[in-house]
Every structure is written in C-alpha cells, then in structure tokens.
Design a protein around this ligand. Structure first.
Ligand code: K7E
Ligand code: CUA
Length: 679
C-alpha cells in the first residue's frame, strides 16, 4: 500500500488525537443528601467505590467536584491568575479553579521555550530595558539577565480590569515590564530613571492613564556621592513616585509624557491607587521613616532594629491630578531624563501629605468603593482602616499634627481613622469581596482573617468586626480574591500565596515548592479547596481576572512582528525567500512551514555578520516552529504568522545543523538545515 508523505502526516496527527480522545474518563455521579443509592457520602455507584478506595472523605469529594475541570472544558476555568514569579523574573498564568499553569511569560529572564532572550528582537528587553541611557547607569546594568517580579498590575477601565495589558515591577533593578494581553508576550521593559529598586508601588490608575512605580530603597541621584550616601542619608537620598503615561493603543509607557514626585527617603513600600471617590489620589506606605542605614559591622545597629524605633511610620498621600497640573505648568526639574516635581514643590503645591500608620506597615489596599484604605502593620495585630472622606476633609481644613523635617504636613491619626480590627499576628495584605468584607493575610498566624468594613456595607456593631478566620499553610504572604483590586470584586475564590510548604508535598529536594491554596468564599466559613505546588519561583502578588475579559489573538495576521504587532517590513511570503551578501554581511529572508526552512543552507565566512529575517508562513493556529542554531545560542520560537529578526557574528567556523525545536509534524526531524561557516 503506497502512502504519500502527506497522508502519513495527516494520519499520524489524526491517530494521535484519536488516542487521547479515546481515553476512558470516569463518570462521577452525585446523589442528593437523601442518599438514593449511594453510600454515606451521598455518592452513587462507581464514584463511591473510587472515593472509598482512595480514602476520600465526603468533604474531599465536594472539594474535588468544586475544582475539577473536565477534559475539553476550558470554559470551566472561570478566572485567570496573573502571578508574579519572584526572582525567577517571570509571570505565571493560571486557571481558577483548576489552578493549572497555562503559561510562563518571560519578562526579565530568558524563557527558552518561547525563544525569549536567545537571539531575537526581544533580547533588547531583557538585557537592560528600553530607556534611553541616563541615570549614570553602569555597564553592568546592560547585561542583566534576571529581575524580581513582585506586583502585577492589570490595566483597568472605569476601575475594572479590561484585559488589555499587564505591568509588573522588577524589585531588584527598578524596572517595569509590559505584557500585551493580545499575545501574552512582553513588549517593553523600561529602566525607570531614578529608581534603583522598586517594590510595592506598582499599580494602574482607574482608567490606566498611568502605571505607577516608586522607589523602595531611596536613590542616590548623584551617583558620584556614594561615600556620603549613608552619613548624609536624609540630605542626599530621595524616593520617587513615578507616573508612567500609558499609550492607550499599544500599552507602551511613554517617558516623555511621564513624571515623578520626589519623596522623603523613608523607604516606600506597598501602594495602591484611589478609585471612585478617591480617584486622582495614590497611597504609598513606608517602613523606615527612621531612615536607619544599618552598619552592624561599623558600630551601628542592624537595619531591622533601627527601622523599628518609631511607633508610627508614614503613609504618603499624593494628589496626582494636581501633580499633573503642576507638570503642565512646567514646575518640574528634569533629572536623568524624566520630569520631577521636587519635594519642596510637592509641599508648596499641596500634592504630598503624610499620615501616621502603625509600626512597620506592609500593605495598603483601597476598598472597592474607594472610601476605605486598609493598612497592615507587620508588628501590630490590627488592620487600620482610614476613611478617604476624612483624609480629604483634614487636608482641606489643614488639620495637621505637624510637618516632618522636609516640611511635609502630617495628618492627625485620630482625625482620619475609620476603624481598627484586631485580626491576628503579622497582617500583611488585604483583598475585598463585593459585600464589604476585607480578607487579610496573617504571615505569623498562617491564617486569613475575614472582617467587615463600615458603611455603606456594615453599620453599627456589625462594622469593623472579625467574622471568620481560616488556617492556611505556613507563612502566607499575599492573597488574592477574584477581581479583588477593582471597583466590582467577584469574590467566590481566594488564593492564599504561601511561602513555605514544608511537609505538604512529596520530598523532592531541599528547596520545597511554594504553595497556592485555593479557598472557597461562597460558604459562611472559608474553606481550603486545594493545594497547588509551584516550582518555578516565589510568587508575591497575583491578580485574578474573569477569564472572559481576555481577548487574546488566536493567530497572528501573516508577517506580524510581535514587538510592534504590525507587519514586519522584512516579512516574506512563499516564493520571496532569498539570501544576499553585502560586504561582510550575509542577509537571509527565510520562510518556515511544515516541514522545512527555506532557504535551508546558509553560507558564511568566519567573521561575517549574519542577519536572518524569519517568517513563519503558517496560518493554522498553534502551528509553531522553532529555529535553533547549535553552539551559537540562537533559539527562536515562531508562532504562525510571526516574524523574528536575528543578528549574530559568525565567529566560529564549522558546519552547524539548524533545526526546528517544536515537534511540529511527522517530518519534524527532517525540518533541518545547515549553516556553514568557512574560514
Ligand atoms: Cu508582601 Cu513583595 Cu508584595 Cu512578597 S511583597 S509577600
Ligand atoms: Cu517545525 Cu518541527
């Protein structure tokens, strides 16, 4: 029987799919509580047998049924998580309630599967950011190959996630990345001027006018004064709150439309955007208003001691709408390529205020109605809830306790606090549901506290009360409720992001996975539904969005360069492939499709510059090909329709077998070619 190659390919594909579909899927039938024919759990027949054999309790079965996503039912993952990957430098995308990892997006760190950081146009993103040189940035910063992602921020319209863009900070290097949710790829890494590090200050304003990022450790803007940096700390170090203007078409951050507000060197930490009544304002915590600098080896105190002296640290309250006017009026100083409202100007123009907040705060989280700001002090068992209405009235009435040493007015604690709730030990971060509950992570208690906000949600004695507490696994850091940062939280699920898993998973070495615990919020009591080990980084913050808000492209229009999302001028169609030599440059316009590269032989001389323009001319969704050149560290992934441009020096002679890295067809192994570099 003669089989053509084409039939062979198709046959193999269909046969493969048949095997998968043909697999037997056990049917779980649930009886009602009257126990029609099931066992004690109310399960019927085979399901009961399986539950018994596996030692599952009725509660286990209920939890399994609540989280199970049957094969071929992607719609049952109703929400998507966008997770920081910590110092893996990446972003994870996970489905809820399945808690399955759908994607790892390379942002600050090379990601080999997606060919991110191995020779294509996108390399420029990882190795230093796209900021025009400035800020006295040292050479070493241009060879960065990692970042520390902490706080993802989904773009918003009217205070709701809109599924367009995702921003995330690099805590280590003071950069910010932008992921385009049309193709879930990183499109920009901005090296933010005057930010050497940045932690919790990443969020978008209510209509994504700006994405905000602020310093963590204060910056020495005049880098020549390093010797004095710690002795003259209060004088020469400063914090910066940065408002990066967002291009609404592309999501790109535009530095020339952006500005910074200079801050005292108090070590700014988590921050959040105002919304609805507090739209136009932002709130930033600080945890070292003592300005301790450490020095346990130079006769000083350890930083942790020095930074825990004061009973209160300072929340920074910034009126960004007013700051925008001050910038328009030209009352700025350009420092390292960005317009800065100096501290004196921020004070005199009424842009910056401080509010006392209990010892060493971590999270500040604005409630869905924009009225309440919840602050958690790591060393205080309470959450403190501020009223924005009171904050605004106090600012208008100039009801200040005093000014700090920089002249910044400090509001009176008692005038602006709406309530306090004793929640437990080590409160860190707060999320909300739509009914007016706050959910606060308790790092030391390893628990989640559920408590009530005040009016209009809860009145009288029902307000500011602890209503439930749930034990979670060790050392919860952040937690996330679905759409929990928006004006309309979805509630339903909460995910507890636990730092340690200890004995929760099989021993797989001394570095244990971290643990995402899915919590059901629909019942009266919170309930842990599942454990999910994460072995690809320490997740800090996560945002959870309704899955149907994502409007990702299924396939690129032919000849698209993902960096611009536009046709690439060097794209080819079938028949246009060619090679050209121009002096010492060999330039190749190549097409890839199942199952060949064209041209499939590249000839170069040692010392030539090789420039490749590679177009995947497939139109079928998911028909991805790889392109790798061994020993040259070239590893590209090309989705259908995608164009990649690659440039390298042919500096080692020899014959190199280029090949496709994705098993794309029955003749995938034949998808191969040669690069010959002659002496
Ligand atoms: Cu609490 Cu970086 Cu948001 Cu980690 S941070 S936990
Ligand atoms: Cu293309 Cu394998």
């Amino acid at each position: 029987m003669a089989i053509t190659r084409r039939e062979l390919i198709q046959g193999a594909t269909v046969g493969g799919a048949g095997l998968v579909v043909g697999g037997v899927v056990g049917k779980v039938a649930l009886g009602d509580d009257s126990g029609g024919g099931g066992g004690a759990s109310g399960l019927s027949g085979q399901a009961q047998k399986v539950a018994d054999e596996r030692g599952l309790s009725p509660d286990d079965v209920t939890r399994a049924v609540k989280t199970f996503v049957p094969p071929g039912r992607p719609d049952m993952d109703t929400h998507m998580l966008f997770c920081s990957g910590g110092h893996s430098g990446q972003v994870l995308v996970m489905g809820v309630p399945s808690m399955k990892i759908m994607k790892v997006i390379g942002v600050f760190t090379p990601e080999p599967w997606q060919g991110y950081g191995y020779g294509s146009d996108a390399d420029v993103l990882i190795t230093g950011g796209t900021t025009p040189a400035g800020g006295g940035i040292s050479k070493a910063r241009n060879t960065l190959t990692w970042g520390d992602t902490h706080h993802p921020a989904l773009s918003e319209t009217g205070g709701e996630y809109d599924g367009r863009f995702l921003y995330i900070n690099d805590r280590a290097n003071g950069r910010i990345g932008m992921v385009d949710l049309r193709d879930f790829k990183t499109k920009q890494v901005l090296d933010v001027p005057n930010l050497d590090s940045s932690h919790g200050g990443c969020f978008v304003t209510q209509n994504s006018e700006y994405v905000h990022i602020s310093t963590m450790t204060p910056t020495l803007t005049d880098r020549s004064r390093a010797t004095d940096a710690l002795t003259k700390f209060p004088d020469i170090m400063r914090g910066y709150s940065t408002f990066l203007a967002i291009n609404q078409e592309t999501g790109q951050m535009e530095l020339d439309r952006s500005f910074q507000v200079e801050l005292p060197p108090y070590t700014q930490d988590l921050a959040d955007s105002g919304k609805l009544v507090s739209d136009g304002w932002v709130f930033i915590n600080s945890y070292n208003s003592e300005m301790a600098v450490g020095g346990n080896n130079e006769g000083g105190q350890p930083l942790e001691v020095g930074a825990s002296q004061n009973d209160f640290d300072m929340m920074h309250i910034i009126n960004w709408k007013k700051a925008e006017e001050v910038v328009k009026a030209g009352k700025t100083t350009t420092i390292n390529g960005v317009r800065v409202i100096k501290l004196e100007t921020a004070v005199s123009e009424g842009i910056l205020f401080l509010a006392p907040e209990p010892k060493s705060p971590h999270g500040v989280d604005v409630a869905p109605n924009g009225e309440y700001l919840t602050v958690s002090g790591k060393l205080d068992p309470h959450v403190t809830i501020y009223s924005f209405t009171k904050v605004k009235a106090a600012i208008e009435a100039k009801d200040f306790e005093r000014n700090d040493q920089y002249g910044v007015p400090i509001l009176k604690f008692d005038s602006i606090v709406a309530g306090r709730v004793e929640v437990g030990l080590g409160p860190l971060h707060t999320q909300y549901d739509a009914e007016g509950h706050g959910y606060t992570s308790l790092f030391l208690d390893s628990a989640v506290a559920k408590w009530s906000l005040g009016e209009p949600y809860f009145k009288g004695d029902a307000a500011f009360q602890l209503v439930d507490k749930l034990k979670v696994n060790y050392n919860i850091g952040h937690l996330v409720t679905m759409e929990g940062d928006t004006v309309k939280p979805d509630g339903k699920y909460l995910v507890s992001l636990n730092k340690w898993s200890i004995d929760r998973f099989p021993a797989i070495g001394t570095l244990h996975p971290q643990n995402f615990q899915l919590v059901d919020l629909t019942g009266e009591k919170m309930d842990v539904l599942s454990d999910t080990p994460i072995g690809v980084g320490e997740p800090h913050y996560v945002q959870g969005m309704k899955a149907d808000r994502i409007k990702a492209w299924n396939v690129y229009p032919p000849g698209t360069n993902p960096m611009t999302m536009k046709p690439d001028p060097e794209a080819v169609e079938a028949g246009q492939e060619r090679s050209e030599r121009n002096g010492n440059t060999v330039e190749v316009w190549m097409s890839v499709k199942r199952s060949q590269f064209k041209p499939d032989i590249i000839r170069a001389n040692k010392g030539d510059k090789v420039v490749l323009h590679i177009t995947n001319i497939e139109k079928t969704p998911d028909a991805t090909h790889g392109f790798a050149i061994p020993r040259y560290n070239v590893n590209i992934s090309l989705d259908p329709g995608e164009v990649a441009n690659v440039e390298f020096a042919a500096d080692a002679e020899g014959s190199y077998a280029m090949y496709c890295t994705e098993f794309c067809s029955a003749l995938h192994l034949e998808m191969q070619g040669w690069m010959l570099v002659s002496a």
